[in-house]
Design a protein around this ligand. Structure first.
Ligand code: SF4
Length: 294
C-alpha cells in the first residue's frame, strides 16, 4: 500500500484509536511503514503490527523506534532452528533471534520501553512440544510477553500447508494441555505475560464453545473494527481470509471505490452482521468458537 493510499484511508477515520498494520503478508516489506506509523502517532493512535522479524535489521530497528511504534509482535512459532525449519520451512531462525537481541540491546541502551515486544506462537500438533522452551527464549531475549495463537484453517477445502484440521489443538489431548500449563507456570516464574490471541486464556482457548448456542454470535469484530487489505478490500476481520476459500463472500466493499462510511453502513456489512447472529452464519464464521477459539 502506498503512503498516499494510506492517507486516503486514515483521513476518513477521525476518531481512530488503534491501528494494526498487518494482514496477509509481511509489513516490513513496505518501505513506507515507518512513515505510516509516524503519521498515526502524530494523531495519538495506538499502533502495532505483527512481523516475522526477518527484515528487522539495524536500519529498521532505528526507524521503528524513532517512529513511536507502540507494539511489535514477532510471529516465530518455534524455539529452535530445527523447529522453525519444520513449521516455516525456513533456515532463518538464528537471524531473527539475532535481530531481536540487537533490538532489545538498542532499547536497553536508551532505556526505552516502546515498542513493547512480544513473541507469538501459532500452536499446532507439530510444534506444541516447543512451547515451554519458547517461553524460556522470550525470557532470555527480555521480551515482555508470549502469545499462543489459535490455528484457523479453511473449512470448505483441504486446508493449506500446516493450516489443516488434523494439525489443530482444539479440544486437544492431555499432553498438549500439560505443555501449555507448564508454559504458563514458566511464564509466571519469568514474570512474563502469557496470553492467547482472542478473548480467552491459553488453556481455555483450546476448548470449543459448543456448550453455548451459536458461539460465533458473541463475536464483536464486525461491529467494532474494520479490516482493510493492501488493495482496499474491506473484510469483517483478520480470521475470515483464512477460514474460507470463498474470498468474494468476505469482501464487504472496497475503500478505493466507496467511502468507508458508505461501506460500514452498506447492505453487505449489514447482511453480514445480521447473519452472524443466526444459526446460519457466513461460511467464514462457522468455525469460530467451534473449530478454534473466538
Ligand atoms: S470469521 Fe470469526 S472473527 Fe471473523 S467476523 Fe466471523 S465470527 Fe467474527
Amino acid at each position: 500500500m502506498s503512503l498516499q493510499d494510506f492517507y486516503t484511508i486514515t483521513d476518513q477515520l477521525e476518531d481512530l484509536q488503534r491501528a494494526t498494520l498487518h494482514g496477509v503478508g509481511e509489513p516490513l516489506l513496505n518501505p513506507e511503514l515507518a512513515a505510516m506509523v509516524r503519521h498515526l502517532k502524530k494523531r495519538n493512535v495506538y499502533t502495532l503490527f505483527n512481523s516475522n522479524g526477518i527484515l528487522l535489521d539495524h536500519k529498521r530497528q532505528h526507524e521503528l523506534i524513532d517512529s513511536g511504534l507502540d507494539e511489535l509482535r514477532i510471529s516465530l512459532d518455534a524455539a529452535s532452528a530445527a523447529g522453525y525449519k519444520k513449521i516455516r520451512n525456513s533456515l532463518l531462525f538464528d537471524r531473527i533471534v539475532g535481530n531481536l537481541r540487537a533490538f532489545r540491546s538498542l532499547q536497553d541502551a536508551q532505556s526505552l520501553t516502546r515498542p513493547k515486544l512480544s513473541l507469538w506462537f501459532l500452536g499446532t500438533k507439530d510444534n506444541i512440544s516447543e512451547l515451554p522452551e519458547f517461553v524460556n527464549l522470550a525470557a532470555d531475549l527480555g521480551v515482555g510477553g508470549v502469545y499462543l495463537q489459535r490455528l484457523v484453517y479453511y473449512q470448505d477445502d483441504d486446508g493449506y500447508g500446516v493450516a489443516r484440521e488434523d494439525k489443530s489443538l482444539q479440544d486437544t489431548d492431555d499432553q498438549s494441555r500439560e505443555l501449555i500449563q507448564t508454559s504458563q507456570k514458566l511464564a509466571e516464574d519469568h514474570d512474563l505475560r502469557f496470553n492467547a490471541s482472542g478473548r480467552c486464556r491459553p488453556v481455555e482457548s483450546l476448548h470449543s464453545d459448543t456448550a453455548k448456542e451459536m458461539p460465533w454470535s458473541r463475536c464483536i469484530r464486525p461491529r467494532t473494527l474494520i479490516y482493510i487489505t493492501a488493495n482496499g478490500n474491506v473484510l469483517p476481520c483478520c480470521i475470515a481470509p483464512f477460514a474460507t476459500v470463498d474470498y468474494a463472500s468476505i469482501v464487504l466493499g472496497n475503500v478505493f471505490e466507496s467511502s468507508l462510511m458508505d461501506i460500514w453502513l452498506g447492505k453487505r456489512y449489514k447482511k453480514f452482521r445480521h447473519q452472524l447472529q443466526t444459526a446460519g452464519p457466513p461460511t467464514c464464521c462457522q468455525g469460530c468458537g467451534v473449530l478454534w477459539s473466538l
